[in-house]
Design a protein around this ligand. Structure first.
Ligand code: ATM
Length: 206
């Protein structure tokens, strides 16, 4: 089954969820399936640590820099604005972009740290908005047990992770979202991801 997608139509798909929810795995599985359907696909991952702003985020996550929660989210948002023109150009040329984390990560992690969700949404309104955001929902305890090494500072705090999950669950009630139980096998989740993207396209394109 191929997606109801015109060959020249780009698409922006965001994968969201706690660490270890399978975002990268699912983005790669969807990429492979779309490529086998003859589509051009590009994977992006945020934060992108290769830019100057991304490198600064990396230093902060390793504890080498200390920023308040609002400054951290401004850095994450600025890091995405660095890719704005590229995302627009690439999707306009018909390529499908799959993002491992995007706008909703700032809302979820920022809100979990006491920031205003409306502000976090507002500062991102000039970024390309996703056609669909897929929440790979897992419990914080599952996130913690799946991770074996290198837990960053967010992951040590289960109560923070449950606030992140609550924000994601709230956000996933909006249009253009799909919430999937990601505590299942990767193949089962991948089948639902493909179906959700197809459903979203049918709704959008009528
Ligand atoms: P990755 O592990 O996905 O590279 O992200 C690093 C951390 O950045 C992640 N913490 N955990 N778990 C989530 C956090 N983050 C934000 O707080 N806001 C954002 O906009 C993004 C993209 C990530």
């Amino acid at each position: 089954m191929s997606l109801p997608l015109k060959a020249d139509h780009g698409l922006l798909v965001a994968f969201e969820g706690l660490d270890q929810s399978g975002k990268q795995t699912q983005a790669e599985l969807l990429r492979d399936r779309l490529i086998s359907n003859g589509r051009r696909v590009r994977l992006l991952s945020f934060p992108d640590y290769q830019t100057v702003i991304g490198a600064e985020i990396g230093r902060a996550l390793r504890g080498e820099r200390h920023y308040t929660a609002d400054v951290m989210q401004l850095l994450y948002v600025a890091n995405r604005y660095e890719f704005k023109d590229e995302i627009l150009r690439v999707t306009e040329s018909g390529t499908i972009i799959l993002c491992d984390r995007y706008l909703a990560s700032s809302v979820a992690y920022g809100e979990a740290q006491g920031l205003d969700a409306e502000w976090l949404t507002d500062i991102q309104k000039y970024l390309p908005q996703p056609d669909i955001t897929i929440l790979l929902d897992i419990a914080p305890e599952v996130s913690a047990t799946r991770k074996t090494s290198d837990r960053d500072k967010y992951e040590r705090d289960l109560s923070l992770l449950s606030r992140v999950r609550s924000s994601y669950l709230r956000q996933s009630g909006a249009a253009r979202w799909a919430r999937l139980n990601a505590e299942r096998t990767a193949d089962a989740v991948a089948a639902d991801v493909y179906a959700a993207v197809g459903e979203q396209l049918r709704d959008r394109d009528g």
